[in-house]
Design a protein around this ligand. Structure first.
Ligand SMILES: Nc1ncnc2c1ncn2[C@@H]1O[C@H](COP(=O)(O)OP(=O)(O)OP(=O)(O)O)[C@@H](O)[C@H]1O
Length: 554
């Protein structure tokens, strides 16, 4: 038997690439598929294209460089040309100036040099740190130090100081616009209340200022407020809705108007030559339309002069706020309380959002107001010129006994004592009207003012009397408190007020700012005994030879 053939196993291999050979000596070109050949051609074409582009770019770059070089060369030549021209011009100017200078005096040359320096300084920013400039910080006050001049310096008279300055050729200049203005109003040196009161107010202290009528209290409390406002405005100008810095409260519309006019006059004087900013003051009194004040209310506000009622109204309507108000001054402070304004004043105080400086000024200061001051002021400084409530010594006080029914007739005789202007006071509104009517009938130019007159009538009376158009003003005490009329010769008190303080205020319309005047007071059986005793005491204290005349007609 035969053995079976071994099984073949099929080994599976990878197919090798086909090689076609005709014979062994012949090189055969390898076959490359169409797709591969196309790709190779494309790559060849691309590389040929990019080398052409590169060559073009290089050429362009070379051209640009050449152009740049040409331009630069041209500019350089131009610069050289210009420099030559400028040099020639400068040489020309210089030689011309040298020629002119040779004709000028030394004085002219110095002046010119100074002007050049000043112009250079003016064109520069002020010397301050960048932070200060960026923040707009501007200091207006000198730095305070504890240095005080020694006695041998303070003891020198003004004349000695002047001579010393002359000897050493020292020139001292103080900014004195306001001082100059006050001088033009014949205010050359401070009155006692100003001398002591102004520094006290400047020091930020609460204060009770008492000084006789006509002694310049208005300036004493207005000046510090004006300066505080000026300081704040200079530091950072006020915009609409900001302010006021301070408020001055007055018991009557007339007194508020007069104080407002004074503040306006002083602030205008400061702003006149543009050295100081214009301050904005508002008058808030009843009887006038606030539309008149809207121009002032539409700007940042510095000072408010007001009567209590209208002020509260404005604060409640938020026409302005006391959020930043720091200064509250009450003129005729005791009268404010007497007139029943105490609650109003408390109400006004409640509108302040921060500690305020409070000042009370008056010619008289009864016990009542002193108690009030204790409650509302912080460690107040009491500046009292003369005894509180004392009469002005520049007023000659005459008291005459005149029967009630003879008063009107005697008034005509009494008016002959002095030339006009004369003020007649009566406590009774009807009596004021009667007196005015009587005087008009007798051909005397008289105006009348009392609380029942309209605002226009009151303003007309004050204006025509102040201007000198009318010789006599008949007034109720309340309406004319604190009013400052020029050169009143004679005050006639037709009916004696019950309160002696009112009497002091009334006779105080004359004998103002150092001038003398006469006050004649009619008394009779109707005058209360206590009032007569107070009057007697006042006259004795004033050192007056008081005589109660019995009028010839009686
Ligand atoms: N230093 C001064 N020198 C001269 N006159 C002055 C001086 N200060 C103020 N006056 C003037 O004195 C007059 C009276 O001033 P002011 O009205 O302030 O007095 P007052 O003390 O408020 O009086 P009253 O108690 O009657 O209200 C004003 O006409 C004012 O211009």
């Amino acid at each position: 038997m035969s053995s079976p053939a071994p099984k073949r196993r099929r080994t599976q291999r990878e197919p090798s690439p086909p090689v076609y050979k005709l014979d062994d000596n012949e090189d055969v070109e390898l076959y490359i598929p169409v797709a591969q050949r196309r790709q190779a051609k494309l790559a060849k074409l691309t590389s040929a294209g990019s080398s052409r582009e590169q060559a073009a770019r290089q050429k362009q770059q070379e051209e640009e460089d050449r152009e740049d070089e040409e331009r630069e060369e041209e500019r350089r030549r131009e610069r050289v040309r210009k420099e030559r021209t400028l040099l020639m011009e400068a040489q020309e100017v210089h030689s011309k100036k040298a020629e002119e200078d040779s004709k000028k005096t030394t004085q002219e040359k110095t002046e010119e040099a100074d002007a050049e320096i000043l112009a250079a300084i003016a064109s520069r920013r002020k010397l301050a740190s960048d932070l200060e400039l960026a923040k707009g910080v501007s200091y207006t006050e000198s730095v305070k130090t504890s240095w005080r001049p020694p006695r041998f310096v303070t003891d020198r008279s003004e004349d000695q100081h002047r001579k010393l300055r002359e000897k050493y050729h020292i020139i001292v200049e103080v900014p004195d616009i306001l001082v100059k203005f006050l001088k033009s109003k014949r205010i050359t040196k401070p009155t006692p209340i100003q001398l002591q009161g102004i520094p006290t107010a400047f020091a930020g202290r609460d204060m009770i200022g008492i000084a006789f009528t006509g002694s310049g209290k208005t300036l004493a409390f207005c000046l510090p407020l004006i300066m505080f406002a000026l300081e704040e405005e200079t530091r950072l100008p006020f915009v609409r809705g900001e302010g006021p810095v301070g408020v001055i409260l007055c018991p009557s519309r007339e007194l508020a108007t007069q104080t407002y006019e004074n503040v306006m006059m002083w602030t205008a004087a400061l702003a006149k030559d543009g050295k100081y900013p214009q301050l904005n003051t508002v008058l808030c009194i009843g009887g006038i339309s606030m539309g008149e004040q809207s121009h002032a209310l539409n700007k940042g506000l510095h000072i408010v002069v007001a009567t209590p009622g209208r002020l509260i109204d404005m604060l409640e309507k938020r026409r302005f706020t006391f959020d930043n108000c720091k200064y509250l001054c009450m003129d005729e402070a005791d009268r404010m309380i007497d007139l029943g304004f105490e609650d109003d004043v408390r109400n006004i105080m409640s509108f302040f959002k921060r500690q305020r400086q409070t000042l009370l000024f008056s010619a008289t200061m009864p016990r009542k107001i002193q108690d009030f001051a204790q409650q509302s002021l912080v460690k107040p400084v009491l500046v009292n010129v003369g005894r509180a409530g004392a009469a002005n010594l520049d007023v000659l006080q005459v008291v005459e006994y005149v029967k009630q029914e003879a008063k009107m007739v005697y008034l005509l005789e009494c008016l002959q004592k002095t030339p006009p202007p004369v003020i007649i006071f009566s406590e009774n509104k009807n009596e004021v009207d009667d007196i005015q009517e009587y005087l008009l009938l007798k051909g005397i130019e008289a105006v009348a003012i009392h609380g029942s007159k309209t605002q226009e009538e009151r303003q007309y009376a004050i204006k025509s009397f102040k201007s000198g158009a009318k010789d006599v003003m008949v007034a109720s005490g309340v309406a004319s408190k604190g009013l400052d009329f020029n050169d009143i010769q004679h005050v006639i008190i037709f009916s004696m007020p019950k309160e002696i303080e009112d009497y002091v205020h009334q006779i105080g319309r004359t004998g103002r700012s150092g001038k003398t005047g006469i006050a004649t007071t009619f008394v009779n059986m109707n005058t209360p005994e206590q009032t007569l005793l107070d009057l007697k005491y006042l006259l004795m204290e004033a050192g007056q030879k008081y005589v109660i005349y019995a009028s010839s007609q009686i």
